[in-house]
Write a protein that binds this ligand. Structure first.
Ligand code: KG4
Ligand code: ZN
Length: 337
């Protein structure tokens, strides 16, 4: 069979990224232009600035991606783009750019859901083994998903309130760490001991998560200690928070693996870059004697290689989008588009 080359485009938040991916799993060329430094000075992503920066940078990102590869735009088989969920203004820049390329170069257009993209980051240099359980942990999601085949999703559980990444970012902020907080808590926790006694999320038997109680407890604790003039042992609090949050993720994954028979556990989304989480999930998979996959660090956070990888099964099924494709800030992976 002829090799299939897909150009992926990702602009759902504060990264402008493009990649050329062969047959859904070999990355030929990859560019990520992060706006992180700009947004860090505001303590979080400013949507208006993000979309303006995507507009400024997107053509350069394409030029750079093509320069790094021997593949020309005319040799590309399809253009894939993140259409949802994310910041509307940011998504619109990518969607309009993809539609224009598709029109001019007469290539099929493929609409990719960002969360599904994170899952398919595990298909890069790898083959997914179904059925599998995917733990998706990002700034917007904490989902436990059963996949029986490509694009056959069953959501076992989700967060009832805050996403785990959001919780990392809020805890980092109250500890005075810069945005994005997750990687900074990750580093700080490595220097601490879990000496703070933090509340455990409710021990129920569902696959749902809840992190807002833990987050609020830490914010209140820091404010109270500050008011009393007491010193916060930041490294220890970061470690205590990380242990409590990751124990909860581990407990729910184990609950699912005890009830549902699968061949593989995969972890996806920005928080999958977390060292402690990566180690704990590997232990769980080993204990259950199933395969384990986690993306390379560069494919954990937002990137276009995962979008092109997720587009490949849609390309094979000829599930193409037309030019009425529009960006959506909210969407479920179960949605039919
Ligand atoms: O997947 P992602 O890049 O964007 C969304 O789709 O949300 O995830 C971003 C989230 C942020 O909350 C960030 O703090 C968190 O992933 N994150 C981490 C780490 N690296 C990124 N959280 C914990 N440890 C990390 N090493
Ligand atoms: Zn993401």
């Amino acid at each position: 069979m002829k090799d299939i080359y897909i150009l992926g485009i990702e602009s759902s938040c504060d990264e402008t990224s493009m990649a050329i991916v062969r047959n859904g799993n070999i990355v030929e060329s990859f560019t990520v232009l992060s706006q992180m430094d700009t947004h860090a000075s505001y303590g979080g992503v400013v949507p208006e600035i993000a979309s303006r920066m995507h507009t400024e940078n997107i053509t350069m990102v394409l030029e750079e991606t093509l320069k790094k590869s021997s593949i020309k735009l005319k040799d590309i088989d399809a253009i894939a783009v993140t259409y949802a969920p994310g910041l509307l203004g940011s998504l619109l820049v990518g969607v309009e750019f993809a539609k224009t390329l598709s029109l001019i170069y007469k290539k099929p257009l493929i609409a990719v859901n960002h969360t599904i993209g994170h899952i398919y980051a595990n298909a890069i240099n790898n083959k997914l083994t179904f059925p599998l359980i995917a733990l998706v942990v990002s700034g917007g999601h904490t989902d436990l998903i059963l996949m029986n085949d490509d694009y056959k999703f069953e959501i076992l559980g989700s967060t009832l309130d805050d996403a785990i990444g959001e919780c990392y970012d809020k805890v980092a902020r109250v500890l005075g760490l810069p945005y994005p907080g997750g990687p900074n808590i990750d580093k700080m926790a490595r220097m601490g001991s879990p000496t703070y006694d933090l509340p455990k999320p409710v021990n129920d038997n569902t696959y749902n998560f809840s992190f807002s109680g833990l987050k609020s407890h830490i914010i209140n604790l820091v404010h109270n200690e500050n008011q009393r003039g007491n010193i916060i042992r930041k490294e220890d609090l970061a470690k205590s928070f990380e242990n409590t949050a990751i124990d909860e993720l581990t407990r729910k994954v184990e609950l699912a693996l005890n009830k549902v028979e699968v061949k593989e556990l995969i972890v996806a989304g920005g928080v999958s870059a977390n060292k402690h989480l990566r180690e704990e999930m590997e232990k769980v998979a080993k204990k259950h004697n199933i395969a384990y996959s986690i993306p390379d660090f560069k494919y954990c956070t937002d990137n276009a290689a995962m979008i092109a990888a997720a587009a490949y099964p849609l390309f094979l099924k000829k599930e193409f989008a037309d030019f009425s494709l529009n960006a959506k800030s909210q969407s479920s992976i179960l949605e039919d588009f």
